[in-house]
Design a protein around this ligand. Structure first.
Ligand code: TXA
Ligand code: MG
Length: 341
């Protein structure tokens, strides 16, 4: 199949909407990462998404909408859900809600009685979904297990020849996937960290919100609630190590020519060996999140690089989402610095 490359103009949106209506798979931009879109109400179309990604079939998909009324037939929107939609939509929050019995395909829910719903901030995509006229499934547009794509070129790298089209609206702004909150649990529970934080959610709801991804919560309950979180994810082929910025000088002492480093500018400026392969994570937590997956993908394609060392960020707010994705990419491998005394 020849994959069409569309820009963000109206004609492209019309062409892309038509392909979706024909049951084809179209990759779309969001503010977090690029997604793989297909008609969520058409099982043959949804099957093509699993096939293109190589994704296990028990991992449920997000239903992505362009406006709230596109949810009416499929899920029950409770009062707290309305509150969160008002506060954070369009935006980087996915909400788990009960489905209306028999209204959502098992392929989308993975057999659960709940569905994940999201309205992304990207306007091109919202207008595309409204034109198509139905919710679209929207897993990240990477091959299963690889880092999520933050540019159309990343999508093409993984999906060219496998899907009907890619809609290009430039690099994504947030760079890590949306926060997932489960409103069907006794207490609202975060299943995946993202740009919308636990504190913001608790403030909007006016009640406690549990971080189900914290070490404490995981120790209390071993079963992963978001089925996707149990799979190796976000991982390049190269070995990834996380380093604490306090260990920057110790790390420099052991770097080999085939080692790459990903760090903020203030650290890279202090890199003694200017030949060392390096990738800038920018000058803030926000920029680091935006640039993380692109750097991992870049070095994965560099034959001369064997190992990638990536800077950890403070574990607060968006930093929790950043560190979570990095922990998955590294399989928990840490660079052990020397004595810091
Ligand atoms: O930012 C994002 O959310 C991106 C963009 C493209 O919108 N999409 C994305 O989709 O990351 P995906 O399918 O890769 O991640 C959806 C997550 C998975 O961890 C999945 O297991 C979980 O949400 N999930 C989906 N339906 C669920 C359900 N009914 N109950 C619990 N978790 C669910
Ligand atoms: Mg994904």
């Amino acid at each position: 199949m020849e994959t069409k490359h569309f820009n963000n103009q109206k004609q492209s949106q019309d062409d892309a909407a038509l392909l979706l209506q024909q049951g084809e798979v179209v990759a779309f931009p969001t503010e977090t990462v690029y997604g793989l879109g297909a008609d969520a109400t058409n099982d043959e179309a949804v099957k093509k998404v699993f096939a293109a990604k190589g994704r296990p079939a028990d991992n449920p998909l997000i239903m992505t909408v362009g406006e709230e009324s596109q949810l009416d037939d499929y899920v029950t929107v409770s009062q707290p859900a309305k509150t969160l939609m008002k506060a954070f939509w369009p935006g980087s929050l996915t909400i788990i809600l009960p489905i209306k019995p028999g209204m959502v395909s098992m392929l989308v829910t993975g057999g659960l009685q709940t569905a994940a719903v999201r309205m992304p901030a990207n306007e091109v995509t919202r207008s595309l979904i409204k034109k198509a006229g139905f919710p679209i499934v929207g897993p990240s547009a990477n091959l299963s297990g690889k880092p999520s794509p933050t540019t159309a070129a990343h999508v093409a790298h993984d999906m060219d020849g496998k899907i009907a089209a890619i809609v290009d609206d430039g690099p994504t702004q947030i760079g890590v996937e949306s926060t997932v909150i489960d409103l069907t649990a006794k207490v609202p529970t975060i299943l995946r960290t993202g740009a919308v934080t636990q504190e913001e959610l608790a403030t909007a709801l006016g009640q406690e919100v549990v971080d189900g991804t914290s070490k404490k919560a995981l120790a209390a309950d071993q079963t992963p609630k978001a089925p996707g979180m149990k799979y190796r994810h976000y991982a390049p082929d190269k070995d990834v190590y996380v380093f604490d910025p306090l260990d920057w000088f110790d790390l420099q002492g052991v770097l080999q020519p085939s080692d790459a480093v990903m760090a903020e500018d203030h650290l890279l400026e202090q890199l003694a060996n200017k030949q060392q392969p390096s990738w800038s994570l920018g000058q803030s937590l926000q920029q680091a999140s935006e640039n993380l997956f692109a750097g991992l993908r870049y070095f994965d394609d560099q034959a001369a690089v064997d190992r990638i060392y990536v800077q950890a960020m403070p574990d607060m707010g968006l930093g929790k989402a950043y560190n979570n994705r990095l922990a998955k990419a590294s399989g928990g491998r840490l660079f052990q610095g020397g004595d810091r005394d």
